[in-house]
Write a protein that binds this ligand. Structure first.
Ligand SMILES: Cc1cc2nc3c(=O)[nH]c(=O)nc-3n(C[C@H](O)[C@H](O)[C@H](O)COP(=O)(O)OP(=O)(O)OC[C@H]3O[C@@H](n4cnc5c(N)ncnc54)[C@H](O)[C@@H]3O)c2cc1C
Length: 373
């Protein structure tokens, strides 16, 4: 079956869908508003289900090789003493890692290179202006881009993230919701002892460290803030250093390695969930544009890549595009709803200092996601 896709957003969802669509023989054009199109940096923990979705598009082995394979998490107290070891469900099979740490830049490069190798078209510094039915017998969708050019395609994918403006243009209106937390990430040199992800629980916050390559790891910390006040880039080092001050032992060495604002990413946590359907005519939501879980379950990328793969799958199964889009949202809706709800519960538990409940919710979320897509 021959199809043409216009994909808005060259992030994890958009690039993975372009690859999956090309593998089905569809034409795929991605438009990305960032002029260079490159990723925002920082690190990611890809859970087993994310790597399983990467396996479906033939990129799991490369991501494991260029990232850092992970098998368990060591939970420590604020002084760095080990409290317990947490294993995650193994969805990739015997001998395979349960998770993979990877730099966002590396993942983005791998996805971009593959999408381009497969002859997807990637245009940067570009967005969409408006969308309408093509008004012909084919039922296709007509999209005007910000450079004034027009595309008439079989389907349009809104893969433009939690604050998606394409979602609004499709009439699937829903407001992202600030969850009262701001997430900090800082890329640091990987200490030799950090061959597993570590968490360190302090009196107010939990921080931690995830390896993303043999040389690098990222520090994470979530700060409770009623309003997501702005922190200027040159104030970030001091602010993060203050937040990390209660953590001693071997973590003190990690803290002292945070010296440049460029190492740090600080993002207010928003969630969104579109409670179906995920399409309006020939326009369809995927990834964070449809469902953005809180980062506490490290599963946003997994859901996003699964969407990308399932969407291509359904579009190659059904002759009628809108039937395929409906089948796609039916297949995805309950799984995404459950994960978003569990992740929001996890935030509430963390804010209330109920760490056992947070751990239980994390196990529940990972268990749900381990089920086949
Ligand atoms: C702090 C933080 C940490 C996280 N950590 C993890 C983790 O460890 N593991 C994990 O699995 N998930 C994690 N997540 C979630 C994960 O990052 C997201 O689920 C994932 O990036 C979603 O991908 P996406 O492509 O749907 O959206 P995005 O990554 O937001 O990409 C959207 C793309 O669309 C582009 N765009 C936006 N608007 C337009 C427009 N109008 N026109 C054209 N282009 C546009 C953007 O520039 C961007 O490139 C984290 C999220 C946050 C906020």
């Amino acid at each position: 079956m021959r199809r043409s896709a216009l994909i808005v957003g060259g992030g994890i969802t958009g690039l993975t869908h372009a690859i999956a669509a090309r593998q089905k023989g569809f034409d795929a054009e991605i438009i990305e508003r960032r002029p260079g199109g490159d990723s925002t940096g920082g690190g990611l923990l890809l859970t087993g289900p994310a790597v399983r979705a990467l396996r479906a598009v033939g990129l799991a082995a490369q991501c494991i090789a260029e990232g850092y394979p992970l098998f368990r998490t060591l939970n420590c107290d604020a002084r760095g003493e080990l409290r317990n070891i947490m294993a995650l469900p193994s969805v990739l099979g015997p001998g395979q890692p349960t998770d993979v740490g990877i730099s966002r830049t590396t993942l983005h490069r791998i996805l971009c290179d593959r999408a381009i190798e497969l002859d997807s078209v990637l245009r940067t510094g570009l967005s969409i202006e408006d969308v309408e039915d093509a008004g012909d017998s084919t039922g296709r969708i007509r999209v005007r881009l910000t450079d004034g050019t027009v595309r008439t395609v079989d389907y349009l994918v809104a893969a433009d993230g939690v604050h998606s403006s394409t979602r609004t243009k499709l009439g699937l209106t829903v407001e992202p919701w600030y969850l009262g937390q701001v997430v900090w990430r800082a890329v640091v040199k990987r200490p030799s002892w950090a061959s597993d992800p570590h968490t360190f629980s302090g009196p107010t916050y939990t921080t931690g460290l995830t390896p993303i390559s043999s040389d690098e790891a990222y520090v994470f910390l979530t700060e409770n803030l009623d309003e997501p006040e702005k922190v200027l880039p040159d104030e970030r080092v001091e602010r993060l250093q203050d937040l990390l001050a209660p953590f001693g032992g071997r973590f003190a060495e990690v803290r002292s390695g945070i010296v440049q604002p460029e190492q740090i990413v600080r993002i207010p946590v928003h969630t969104v969930f579109v409670d179906g359907p995920w399409h309006a005519g020939r326009g369809v939501l995927a990834g964070d544009a449809a469902h953005a879980p809180a980062p506490h379950l490290n599963s946003g990328a997994a859901l996003a890549m699964e969407d990308a793969v399932v969407l291509a799958d359904e579009l190659s199964t059904y002759e009628d595009v809108e039937t395929a889009l409906l089948a796609y949202s039916k297949r995805r809706l309950n799984r995404a709803r459950a994960l978003v709800a569990t992740s929001v519960q996890a935030i509430l538990s963390e804010q209330a200092g109920r760490h056992d409940e947070l751990n239980r919710l994390q196990r529940q979320g990972h268990g749900d996601m381990a089920a086949p897509i």
